[in-house]
Each structure stands twice: as structure tokens, then as C-alpha cells.
Write a protein that binds this ligand. Structure first.
Ligand SMILES: [Zn+2]
Length: 114
């Protein structure tokens, strides 16, 4: 069965980071993001932590955060810069970008220049 969240998962994850972990000195984990997604988010209920990994890799590839340690499935992350809230008029979503990230919408089905 396919599952399509109302807000793309990559945007939900960035919102959680903005709201809960928006401190450059704070180390947070994929596990804590996943717990919040399961409780308050809109994800496929059958997901396990491994399903989050491509999204976490994207955060690292785009320069929002870096992987500072990993043991088994737990990835420890640290922000490069504070995250700010913006709005993308192309997809009409609130988006969250690190201050040094490219001004491109992180919605994978949008990718518009902000
Ligand atoms: Zn957009």
C-alpha cells in the first residue's frame, strides 16, 4: 500500500530540527527525529528507522548537518548553522534552511529557487 504524507517527509524533518534542535552546539540523532515523526508527524506507520536514512543523508549532502558519529542505526548529527524558517511560494510550503545552505526549496518535488 502506498502512503503519501500531506507534507513531504523531508519538510517534516526540517521542521522538527528547526523547532527542537536549532542549536549549533547540540547533537541530536535520527532516533529522536524518528520518535517525533512517529508521535506528531505524518509518516507511513510501517516505517522503521532505516527508512529515515536516505532523508538523513540528504540533510548531510545539502550542508544542513553533518554526521558526527554513528553506532549501528543511530546517527548523531550536528548543524552547521542555525536553521531559519522561510516560505516557498512555488509549492506553498513552509521550509527550513540552514543559513549557509543554497536558497533552494528542500521539497524534493519542488526544488525552486527561494
Ligand atoms: Zn517549494
Amino acid at each position: 500500500m502506498s502512503f503519501t504524507p500531506e507534507i513531504p517527509v523531508e519538510l517534516q524533518i526540517r521542521k522538527i530540527i528547526f523547532e527542537k534542535f536549532n542549536e549549533v552546539d547540540t547533537i541530536f540523532t535520527n532516533d529522536s527525529i524518528f520518535e517525533i515523526l512517529k508521535t506528531d508527524g505524518d509518516i507511513n506507520p510501517s516505517w522503521i528507522i532505516d527508512d529515515l536514512e536516505p532523508f538523513i543523508n540528504d540533510l548531510c549532502d545539502s550542508g544542513l548537518a553533518r554526521n558526527v558519529a554513528q553506532n549501528f542505526t543511530t546517527i548523531h548529527l550536528k548543524l552547521f548553522d542555525a536553521v531559519e524558517k522561510l516560505h516557498c511560494n512555488a509549492c506553498n510550503q513552509d521550509i527550513f534552511l540552514g543559513k549557509s545552505e543554497d536558497r533552494v526549496c528542500p521539497n524534493s518535488s519542488c526544488k525552486s529557487t527561494i
